[in-house]
Write a protein that binds this ligand. Structure first.
Ligand code: IPE
Ligand code: IPE
Ligand code: MG
Length: 233
């Protein structure tokens, strides 16, 4: 079976899904957070090793103050409910993004989730929060430039060397990128890491992205012919 080690998901459509049910957008974010648990369990059962979820982008600060502050409280609610279960399941939580710009309480909860699960060897559940890929690449370039100035890095590093400066340095490349809710764009997510990922855009909003829909995505992935620039044998 074709390996799918690393799945990344742009969890989109929470707000529209809630509106359709006559609920406020925030209800969509709450349902969306619960679905993170459901899909993480499914991913782990399907043998996925890394699941990288886009929870909040560097551009999402443009939203109303109320919506942003609701989203910032969700990690606290979420990990309070599910942390013990995740530990029991062997999940390892890792964060991508500039956490120090988050409200201090949110930052604390996220660091604790990383800390408490750091010795686990099961699914790596990676949450991108206050994450933007252009920013990530820019920060990597600055850090690398500094290392060159300090004589700590080779001025002629290759791609593999540069990857060590990215927030995803511990992960393999993305095999499959899924975006929910019918939008067909990348919205500043993992631009470097998806160089050869398969892309799937599904109509379901994130709260209605069920384990069955996820299975369908993985089935579709297996039917793809990944060539990486070569020629099919
Ligand atoms: C995704 O759902 C969650 C975040 C971006 C935080 P949206 O909130 O973007 O939902 P839509 O796209 O407006 O329906
Ligand atoms: C992308 O969704 C970010 C997350 C899912 C966290 P958006 O809803 O913010 O993206 P755009 O604005 O439609 O491109
Ligand atoms: Mg959206």
């Amino acid at each position: 079976m074709k390996e799918c080690r690393h799945v990344a998901i742009i969890m989109d459509g929470n707000g529209r899904w809630a509106k359709k049910q006559g609920m406020p957008r925030t209800a969509g974010h709450l349902a969306g957070a619960d679905n993170v648990r459901t899909i993480a369990i499914k991913a782990s059962e399907m043998g996925v090793e890394y699941l990288t979820l886009y929870a909040f982008s560097t551009e999402n600060w443009k939203r109303s103050k109320d919506e942003v502050s609701y989203i910032m409280k969700l990690p606290g609610v979420f990990f309070k409910k599910y942390m013990q279960e995740f530990i029991d399941r062997g999940f390892r939580m890792r964060m991508l993004g500039e956490l120090d710009a988050l409200p201090p309480e949110t930052e604390k909860v996220l660091h604790e989730a990383e800390e408490e699960s750091k010795n686990n060897t099961g699914l790596s559940l990676n949450i991108a929060i206050n994450y933007g890929s252009q920013r990530e690449i820019l920060l990597a370039a600055r850090h690398y430039a500094q290392d060159v100035r300090d004589g700590k890095a080779d001025p002629m590093i290759d791609e593999a060397g540069f990857e060590k400066y990215l927030m995803t340095k511990d992960f393999p490349p993305v095999d499959l990128l899924i975006r929910t809710s019918g939008e067909q764009r990348i919205s500043n997510y993992l631009l470097w890491q998806i160089a050869y990922a398969e892309l799937e855009f599904v109509p379901e909003a994130w709260p209605e992205f069920t384990p069955q829909v996820f299975e369908r995505c993985l089935q579709e992935y297996r039917n793809r012919d990944r060539r990486f620039g070569g020629v099919r044998q």
